[in-house]
Ligand binder design. Sequence first.
Ligand SMILES: Nc1ncnc2c1ncn2[C@@H]1O[C@H](COP(=O)(O)OP(=O)(O)OP(=O)(O)O)[C@@H](O)[C@H]1O
Ligand SMILES: [Mg+2]
Length: 262
Amino acid sequence: MSAAAERTAEPATSPVNIPDIPADLPADLPADTPERTTMYEISGLTKTYTQGKRVVHALAGVDLHIDAGELVSIQGPTGGGKSTLLQMLGGLDRPSSGTIALDGKDLAAMSDRELTGVRASTIGFVFQGFNLIPTLTAQENVETALVPEGVSASVRAERAAAALASVGLGDRGAHLPVELSGGQQQRVAIARALVKDPTVLLADEPTGNLDEQTRDEIVELLEGLWKEQGLTVIMVTHDSTVARRTQRRLRIAGGKLTEIGV
Ligand SMILES: Nc1ncnc2c1ncn2[C@@H]1O[C@H](COP(=O)(O)OP(=O)(O)OP(=O)(O)O)[C@@H](O)[C@H]1O
Ligand SMILES: [Mg+2]
């Protein structure tokens, strides 16, 4: 096409149609900087368990800001509060005090019904023990995550098969958990967490039951999914090798959170 023909064929690209740049853009924000959006804003979070006369301050005043798209690890001693914090982040339990806003909405102030909705649509969970249903196939285990969404059986089947393929298990859908290796079972659990298309993936010791090689494969898989899908990933781990691969490292001990410098 000649230059003249191009000009007449594509008038929409003519400079006169480019909208004016708004004058109120912040002067210090370069045009090519991706906008940071807040995923979690946590303030003064506490969780106290009382058993008889024993009082445990599992979270003793946690303040934390996590942006969308961060890959964060949480380390710390046993009993330090890691799982408790992850449960709060996932709306599985409620704090004793403080606020925990996810995408601007305080989970602590939500009704049970609202919280269930957030968990079903926004948050994927992965656990150390995989937590698969032993009598269901890999495909069926993944499909169960879509039941609360009320989609048809054929859509469930399609999406579950795609999720299994995305974790490298496209050919294992018909296997029961007992017929899969530990690493494969964790891949099924990751597919189950991701089939809902969540924005946040929370993992509690996802590699704790795996040998080193399988651990590395699972961490690579999680990293790949984080990059490709723009997920916010928050992972509890005892393993410094795993934590070192994350962008941001947190530590929680005695219910107090600190950043581990890089
Ligand atoms: N349901 C509960 N009832 C009473 N105490 C609890 C409960 N859940 C946790 N705790 C206590 O809260 C503290 C923090 O527990 P949490 O499970 O968060 O630790 P953790 O850092 O995940 O440890 P681990 O590395 O062993 O998994 C511990 O002292 C624990 O005993
Ligand atoms: Mg724990």
